[in-house]
Design a protein around this ligand. Structure first.
Ligand code: FAD
Length: 447
């Protein structure tokens, strides 16, 4: 009889775990409380005036270093070359400031970016080169962990403000002052510090569900059981072996359970187990803080375009400049001509403002920076718990939990990476690997 596993949560992490287990011959059931798969990276229909658009619960950006995500997409039958517009890394501001990597072998791509940086003085370029060289010598590692701002001591303020702070907020969804230096440097090492392709920007041509969840669920429906609209409400170890997964309907039995859930939901389920075998894990999960991301969608006339599909925006809450990045969705997909997505990441003063005030401020920012007219229609989507806060020294529980046959995936699980799509996919694969090893099944790599 084959091993039976239940994966709880059909976000990108749960999908990664489920597909890896199916490929290993495990009998898999994938459950999700929501009516659709994709979790925090999924399609949402948004009304902008008299038209409805297939957009996202929040604008996402992927990079070339997302190797496991790209592999997973291919496994599900999605060709990343069609799914993304791929561009060399560029940090481009509307006022002309530009840091752009060349498509040369590492580390020349980075050297070229530093040498050709636009809007920087010679002294600033030198400071950048010295800092990058010192990080390369340190192999992009610090011990003990500390707030990321501390690795920029003595660095020119303007470069921190224009380069490192925006990159930290984009990758970690917290500012340098709250971020783990170890996690931020791991991201830089694997992107800017690796070969040029790793730092490429991957801009989704369509909505996020089309990138993976739709295709993956189709594949899983053939080799596994997929149950959407099925919330798991408790876990019970039966007398003999395995687990009973309680839903609002019939309970389901399995030899192993993978929890691919946000930290608070995983904590709730682990706390429901009689005898509290995972009390330490529950405490770690409950100590994880989360941070929000808001996306403001603005619709203009269809011919309105920006010269490039993505720009960094100068953030300054004091003058109500809340937007940090703007994406011209019309440059990426025909159906969205005239639609722009502005990202407002992390905690900030905008959270204390009424949403209409934030949207109006973002529209003014685009007018000031690009000369855009007033938008025809707007919408704002806020994910309150978009990502976990990678605070210095944050401890995340390992994939293998303190009860046999129970595994943790998702961005709550231990990882050198922040709470991103790639981090979640890797955590899903790590949970699947642990399960395969414990049940004596051949490892994934051997296939
Ligand atoms: C607005 C926004 C912007 C972002 N931008 C980026 C970006 O640019 N780049 C990037 O890499 N990452 C970005 N992220 C982060 C990325 O989306 C997440 O890290 C990733 O999607 C998390 O995936 P996951 O599978 O770990 O968790 P989730 O996506 O949260 O999946 C968990 C699933 O569990 C289900 N669930 C919850 N409770 C239960 C239950 N009791 N029973 C059954 N099912 C349950 C949920 O419905 C959900 O589908 C962004 C996130 C947001 C919200």
């Amino acid at each position: 009889m084959s091993t039976r596993a239940i994966v709880v949560g059909a976000g990108w992490s749960g999908i990664a775990a489920a597909l890896a287990l199916v490929d290993a011959g495990v009998d898999v059931a994938l459950l999700d409380a929501a009516p659709q798969a994709g979790g925090r990276a999924r399609r949402v229909e948004v009304a902008l005036g008299d038209r409805r658009y297939a957009l996202d619960n929040g604008q996402h950006l992927l990079i070339g270093a997302y190797t496991e995500t790209l592999r997973l997409m291919r496994r599900a039958g999605v060709d990343p070359r069609r799914a993304f517009v791929r561009a060399s890394f560029a940090l481009r501001y509307p006022d002309g400031f530009l840091l752009r990597a060349a498509h040369w072998p590492a580390p020349l791509h980075l050297a070229a970016a530093l040498a050709s940086a636009r809007g920087c003085t010679l002294g600033e370029r030198m400071a950048l080169a010295v800092w990058v060289a010192s990080m390369q010598r340190m192999r992009w590692q610090v011990a003990p962990d500390r707030p990321a701002i501390e690795v920029f001591e003595g660095h020119p303020d303007r470069l921190v403000e224009r380069i490192w702070q925006p990159l930290c907020v984009a990758a970690l969804n917290v500012r340098l002052q709250q971020a783990s230096a170890a996690v931020f440097l791991a991201v830089l090492r694997d992107s800017l510090g690796a070969d040029a392709a790793a730092s490429d920007l991957l801009l989704p041509r369509g909505d996020l569900s089309g990138l993976l969840p739709d295709a993956a669920i189709d594949v899983l429906r053939i080799g596994a059981t997929v149950r959407l609209r099925t919330a798991v409400v408790g876990l019970r170890p039966p007398a003999a072996r395995g687990w009973r997964v309680e839903t609002r309907g019939e309970p389901l039995a399995a030899d192993a359970v993978v929890l691919a859930l946000p930290p608070a939901r995983a904590a709730d389920l682990l706390a429901s187990i009689e005898g509290a075998p995972c009390a330490e894990t529950v405490a770690l999960l409950r100590a994880i803080d989360t941070a929000p991301i808001a996306t403001v969608y603005l619709r203009y006339a269809e011919h309105v375009r920006m010269p490039h599909p993505v720009y960094a925006l100068r953030e300054d809450a004091a003058t109500e400049r809340y937007g940090q990045w703007v994406f011209d969705r019309g440059a990426l997909e025909e159906n969205c001509a005239g639609v722009f997505a502005v990202v407002v990441s992390a905690k900030g003063p905008h959270l204390d403002r009424d949403r209409h005030a934030v949207v109006a401020a973002v529209a003014r920012q685009l007018t000031a920076d690009f000369g855009l007219p007033a938008p025809l229609a707007t919408a704002m989507l806020t994910e309150k718990h978009a990502t976990i806060v990678p605070a210095p020294g944050l401890q995340r529980p390992p994939a293998r939990l303190d009860a046999p046959g129970l595994y943790l995936a998702g961005d709550a699980a231990a990882s050198p990476y922040p709470s991103t799509i790639e981090g979640s996919v890797r955590a899903g694969l790590a949970a699947a690997d642990a399960l395969l090893a414990d049940f004596g099944l051949p490892p994934r790599a051997a296939r």
